[in-house]
Design a protein around this ligand. Sequence first.
Ligand code: NDP
Length: 274
Amino acid sequence: MDKYAVIGNPVAHSKSPQIHAAFAHATGQGMTYERLLAPKDAFAATVDAFVRDGGFGLNVTVPFKLEAHALADSCSARAELAGAVNTLKREHGTWYGDNTDGPGIVRDLAHNLGVALAGREVLVLGAGGAARGIMSALLAERPHSVTISNRTAHKAADVARLFSRFGNVVAAAPPALAGRAFDVVINATSAGLADAAPPPWPGTIFASAGFAYDMIYGDAPTSFLLWALRHGAARTADGLGMLIEQAAESFLLWRGVRPATGPVFALLRPAGSS
Ligand code: NDP
């Protein structure tokens, strides 16, 4: 059995093992997939131990995507651009890194949720590995603009500079968003995973028919999505669809087979559940 895992901290909440087990079953691939909790200061050591144990590939989640990029021996163009890796594949004794978060979120928005980005004002909250990973895919959809805003403002400015050659992308510190409203607001922060502090952004960021997307997912609506609804967002979705779509891209890279995602969506969130 070829051995795969999702590595992160925290990682207990991850649904990736269920998703990849379903993909493997549906496509007849012989593989195992587990959760790997890495101490925050021991990402590389945990990856080394996984290799010694016969590991073939990893999904990388919070907070290690930038470290995974540093660890990869070679990377896809999109991972190189993002400076963040969410998928590692063992090849000839080295690590190849890719980033499937961008195609994952765009496929979920466009195909599963019917949210077109072309011509829209998009706001991305957060400037960590996940935000960097989705930026070029969002800009490729030709939105009117993508504004990026982060609690630590200089990181958003860095990301905006990096991606400005792909479209109209600007950085704005949280207080500078007072009085601004956006068609699509994407929460790419990890706020809510470990704490319940209120977001540092003004509640006026949602346009009247605005759509709020939280890359975090859960069995109940996330704290960000509840906050968005209280502040006028008309529609919301959490990141389960993105998780499934980015997982399918990782699976394709590892196994050379693209699994269907619809059945996994139905498995993890049966009709009628939240
Ligand atoms: P990182 O650790 O790289 O970045 C975290 C980001 O969140 C930073 O911008 C940080 O701001 C911000 N942040 C953390 N706490 C707060 C807070 N209390 N208030 C405001 N901002 C905060 O994480 P990733 O970018 O890798 O992941 C971000 C989230 O996206 C995670 O929750 C992850 O699970 C989710 N995700 C979901 C995916 C899916 O498929 N659904 C795929 C990828 C990610 P600062 O710079 O100021 O510290």
